[in-house]
Design a protein around this ligand. Structure first.
Ligand SMILES: [Zn+2]
Length: 421
């Protein structure tokens, strides 16, 4: 970074970040897990790069899981890591090791000492040290299925409505009846349960609700007749249902996604959609594009829709939605490490395209706090470099760009998730 970008980076780092999307496990579980340096690459993102580079499942298991001595595991890991070490997924891990543990790189020589240092620093209270003191994260939104309690000094829960909206069988409805202590015999009762769950979650102070439809379908939800959806639901309860991917499954899901949005909106809960590429390997790209969501966005103008991953790689398409729909927010979670430069270039365009109260700068979408630290550093660098370019072009003053960063890293996500501090 040049001097101006570095200056901005230092200022941006002083802004407490509201982290919009995470999968960090409870500290007690992380301490018990005691990952070594190579175990960090078992996470779905760096692992997918290693698979893409040619690593087999067998090699993955031997290299990344405990068993053989670290030096031997390294010899299996290195021939693939040499090709993935430049990717954002690897870089965020290395950044974390560098700044938090003091090792400039992950190599044959450092893999053992980094692993020792990881064990050494993973002590009770180290989440506060890494997330609050070193990363300057005010609060982290945690993805989960049903609502479970979290350490509220660090985290804010974001439960999913997936199990209510993606129905596979009557067993699934029975499991909901059991878990939520309710009775569901028809579609209207099922919808009433969704509405009650949203009200309960609102009272329990959650960040919003999450839905992940784009992992299995195109996001082209359309309004359906209640009677048609009720007929499909009745069939499902009788065991006569062709499944979620069938024509009737799509119809029922369309109806339920509309009802989930209505319930969340009525309960004043933000609706976060996974919107962009799918994790893992060999995934379909169906569902990445956010454009088909317009009917839903038009139907619920009072709702808050948070596009998590902003439609990556269709960021410009997402930006048109952020620009023209007052109820749509562009959430940059995950994408600073999917493509560090791609995110920065799009951000540069967004600044002159989208009102900046619609941009949410950061969500780690990771599990290990060291990698979260590295990812946030990369996001702050992206903002610093993109904003410095605007100053150099004479488009804005330094004080205004800090307002932009303050909004994107803190004020916007705080408002969208109801965080007060
Ligand atoms: Zn995620």
């Amino acid at each position: 970074m040049d001097t101006l970008s570095q200056e901005l980076f230092d200022e941006i780092s002083k802004i407490p970040c509201v982290n919009s999307h995470s999968h960090i496990s409870p500290e007690i579980d992380r301490i018990a897990e005691a990952p070594d340096a190579l175990a960090f690459f078992k996470h779905a993102y760096p692992a997918s790069d290693l698979v893409s580079a040619g690593m087999t499942n067998e090699q993955m298991k031997t290299a990344l899981e405990p068993g053989l001595p670290l030096a031997e595991r390294w010899t299996i890991f290195e021939p693939y890591f040499r090709f993935t070490r430049l990717t954002g997924y690897s870089q965020c891990i290395i950044e974390g090791f560098r700044d938090l543990l003091g090792f400039s790189d992950l190599t044959a020589e450092t893999v053992e000492p980094i692993s020792d240092a990881l064990r050494e620093h993973s002590k009770p209270g180290f989440y506060h040290e890494v997330l609050q003191r070193r990363s300057n994260i005010a609060l982290t939104v945690i993805n989960m299925e049903d609502l479970i309690e979290v350490d509220r000094t660090l985290f804010l829960p974001l439960p999913r409505l997936n199990r209510f909206s993606m129905l596979h069988s009557a067993d699934q409805v029975q499991a909901i009846e059991k878990d939520y202590d309710v009775s569901i015999t028809n579609l209207a009762e099922h919808v009433e349960v969704i509405r009650q769950v949203c009200r309960d979650w609102k009272r329990a102070t959650v960040a919003g609700v999450k839905m992940s439809q784009s992992y299995h379908r195109c996001m082209d939800f359309t309004a359906r007749q209640k009677e048609d959806a009720a007929r499909v639901f009745d069939g499902l309860m009788r065991g006569e249902y062709a499944g979620l991917e069938s024509e009737e499954g799509v119809l029922l899901e369309d109806y339920l996604v509309f009802e989930c949005c209505r319930a969340a909106s009525d309960a004043d809960l933000t609706i976060q959609f996974h919107q962009g590429i799918r994790a893992g390997n060999y995934g379909s790209m169906e569902g990445c594009t956010p454009a088909p969501l317009t009917e839903l966005f038009q139907a619920f103008r009072e709702a808050r829709f948070d596009l998590s991953h902003a439609g990556y790689p269709y960021l410009r398409e997402g930006a048109v939605l952020g620009k023209t729909f007052s109820n749509v927010y562009l959430n940059m979670s995950w994408i600073h490490i999917i493509s560090p430069i791609g995110s920065r270039l799009d951000l540069r365009e967004w600044f002159q395209m989208v009102p900046y109260n619609k941009i949410i700068a950061f969500g780690d979408d990771l599990q290990h706090v060291e990698a979260v630290y590295g990812h946030l550093k990369m996001a702050r660098q992206n903002f610093a470099i993109a904003l410095a370019e605007m100053i150099r072009e004479g488009l804005v003053s330094e004080s205004l760009v800090l307002d932009v960063a303050q909004a994107a890293f803190h004020d916007n996500p705080a408002k969208v998730y109801g965080v007060s501090d």
